[in-house]
Design a protein. Structure first.
Length: 281
């Protein structure tokens, strides 16, 4: 939790919470009560999403940097991915495990990384790294959580290792298909939940993300998940992220620093629910 997250947004906007651009569910936007100061996210409204041309980087590629809010699962991947209740093709063991998990067991609540395709309620962005040969790496940076972790997408043409060490964000390689960034990831560990409902996966999970900037204010993520260890078939979902309006953000559009404090779990152990007590920041 963080205090005074979007002060300028609160003073200038005081608008209702951002509504979902994802299929079937609510987009995770920083909204809520003033106990923890969740304020309306200053995203670009749909009416303004096409008001400017899609920007491009000096090398001619579409600028996907952001910062963005949303674009993945958060509360319930079944609903947010566009499935009706019970339609997500989980194997019986995975469905039973999901339905018996408890909120206080979630790894993300004790500062462990959230994995893919998870997004949290705060902004994130792509950061590009270039060498004399061109784009070499893309980093995915999240404003809050993950114990300072970041995700690396290799853009230098390398292949996946034959036997990757399982990690929270896996081994990601990317390529451009026209104006779409395609990210292929293997080598996940099985420790993170892919939503706060507790949907599990195994180390067999492979994901493909296809990021397309539909217009100035909207980023579409066409997401394919293939995990024969937990799902009876591959699933395809579409998520959308909204651009944050940099003129209404503290720091002019840069992500804020946030350090996850692991011992804040004392609140759950003491029976304090979100919205009670004081924020650790």
């Amino acid at each position: 939790m963080k205090r005074l997250l979007y002060v300028s947004a609160a003073l200038l906007l005081l608008t209702p919470a951002v509504q979902s651009q994802q299929q079937g569910g609510a987009a995770p936007g920083p909204t809520g009560q003033v106990g923890y100061i969740f304020l309306p996210s200053p995203t670009v409204p749909d009416a303004e999403a096409t008001s400017q041309p899609v920007p491009r980087l000096p090398d001619g590629k579409v600028d996907l940097t952001g910062p963005w809010v949303g674009g993945g699962s958060n509360a319930d991947i079944e609903r947010e991915g566009g499935f009706k209740p019970g339609e997500l093709p989980l194997l019986p063991w995975a469905r039973e495990l999901r339905d018996n998990r408890k909120e206080e067991q979630e790894p993300y609540t004790i500062c462990l990384p959230m994995g893919v395709p998870r997004v949290n309620p705060y902004p994130w962005k792509f950061a590009m790294s270039y060498t004399s040969k061109g784009l070499s790496h893309i980093y995915v940076l999240h404003e809050t959580g993950d114990s300072g972790a970041h995700r690396v997408i290799y853009m230098d043409g390398r292949a996946h290792p034959p036997d990757p060490i399982p990690t929270w964000f896996g081994h990601s390689i990317g390529r451009w298909e026209g104006d779409t960034l395609v990210v292929d990831t293997v080598g996940y560990n099985d420790k993170f939940w892919i939503d706060s409902r507790g949907t599990p996966h195994t180390e067999q999970m492979r994901t493909v993300e296809r990021y397309t900037r539909e217009n100035w204010g909207t980023l579409r993520n066409d997401f394919t998940l293939n995990d024969p260890g937990a799902f009876s078939r591959p699933v395809e979902m579409t998520f959308r992220a909204k651009l944050l309006r940099s003129n209404l953000m503290i720091g002019g559009g840069d992500l804020m620093e946030f350090i996850c404090l692991e011992d804040n779990q004392y609140g759950q152990a003491s029976g304090i629910t979100p919205g009670q007590g004081t924020s650790p920041k």
